[in-house]
Design a binder for this molecule. Structure first.
Ligand code: PLP
Length: 376
């Protein structure tokens, strides 16, 4: 199937309509023809995917399950819930599966918006927050500290004032930084006396100590806390759209009965998630590759005189000094390297995701020319 350029632009405009314009990448960059992956030669370092996924087990499950694609996957959804529940010492009633974690986060935001104010942090993953705001929700974003860490103290004090839900991403995106787990645990416990606290742990499995860093024990202990997780990151299944929320049964029911969560899932996606969930070999392999890529990028940044934030994720937020992050992104694009541009008021910070090792090496090699072209 071949589209004309005009048809492609018309198709891209459909996505731009979502209103997240800075996230939109022109369609022709992916592929001119029908193609399942990025265009040949394009280093895709902008969306924190795992280049090494899906795992072999997941691919096998996708292939095999496709033959039964005539059927709704409801029994598989229950199977996946049981796996997640067993692993975390919980019941199926504590788990909601959704089409990517964004769907469960969005449904929950919409429900909670009717019950009070939504409270969250400054620079963070905010698709669900923006959508809630667009539908009339009161959303308060607490500015981050000067060092770009989350201002937990201010969030905590505001959480006592007619707030229905607090959203915290840990480790955070795009900073990549993690909050000390004991500090966060105590704060979340206190906040959960007044509001539901959702901790988005999309990158938990990438961190050096996933178990210690997770707040899932608070759900087990009965706190009004929910944990958001996804198969899009370390599992390398972003294209299969599977995520989940762990929480108290009343919160899980709010998600299940206020959106199309479980009816939005595909046979292939759920099967791949089941095959991947406990595949420790693949997760360790991916974590190793991410760490190797981080080392290459960190050495490259330092040798070009650039600083960056300490990352516990599969991306790094780079301080470009006085250089505009959009212009830096455009320079990289000239070299067929896709990275993120500026974030809100942070004009000089640029996020790069860890792709395969040769792609991140290309990013590092392209830095000197980009800096030279942009220096005044
Ligand atoms: C912190 C965080 N949460 C959630 C998501 C959404 O992921 P998905 O909807 O693919 O599960 C992302 C994606 O980048 C993210 O960075």
């Amino acid at each position: 199937m071949k589209f004309t350029r005009r048809q492609l632009i018309r198709k891209s405009a459909h996505f731009a309509g979502i209103g997240l314009a800075s996230n939109i990448i022109p369609f022709p960059l992916y592929a001119e023809n029908l193609n399942y992956g990025p265009k040949e030669g394009l280093a895709r370092l902008h969306w924190n995917e795992n280049y090494y996924g899906p795992s072999e087990r997941a691919i096998e499950a996708i292939k095999t399950s496709s033959f039964k694609g005539a059927y709704y996957p409801d029994h598989l959804v229950d199977y996946l819930k049981s796996m997640i529940a067993d692993y975390n010492g919980l019941d199926n009633a504590n788990i909601a599966i959704s089409a990517g974690s964004t769907q469960a986060l969005t449904i929950l935001s919409q429900v909670k918006a009717r019950q009070g104010t939504i409270l969250s942090t400054g620079l963070t993953y905010d698709v669900h927050l923006s959508l809630a705001k667009n539908s009339g929700a009161r959303v308060i974003r607490v500015n981050d500290n000067e060092d770009m860490t989350i201002d937990l103290q201010s969030i905590e004090s505001l959480s006592r004032k007619n707030v229905s839900v607090v959203f915290i991403v840990n480790p955070n995106n795009p900073s990549g930084m993690i909050i000390n787990s004991e500090l966060l645990r105590e704060s979340v416990k206190r906040m959960s006396e007044n509001a539901l606290v959702v901790v988005d742990e999309a990158y938990n499995e990438v961190t050096s100590e996933p178990e210690t860093n997770s707040m899932v024990d608070l759900v087990r202990d009965g706190y009004n806390v929910a944990i958001s997780r996804t198969f899009s990151k370390i599992y390398g299944l972003a294209g299969q759209r599977v995520g989940y929320m762990i929480g108290q049964p009343d919160v899980i029911n709010e998600i299940r009965f206020n959106g199309t969560g479980e009816a939005s899932l595909s046979m292939a996606g759920v099967s791949a998630a089941i095959a991947s969930y406990e595949d420790k070999d693949f997760m360790n392999f991916s974590r190793d590759k991410i760490n190797q890529a981080k080392e290459i990028v960190e050495i490259g940044l330092k040798s070009n005189g650039l600083s960056y934030l300490p990352s516990e994720t599969n991306f790094i937020l780079v301080n470009l000094g006085s250089i505009d992050a959009d212009k830096f992104r455009d320079e990289m694009l000239k070299e067929n390297i896709l990275i993120r541009g500026k974030y809100g008021d942070y004009h000089n910070w640029s996020r790069v995701s860890m792709g395969n090792l040769s792609d991140v090496q290309r990013y590092v090699d392209a830095i000197p020319k980009a800096l030279t072209n942009l220096s005044v």
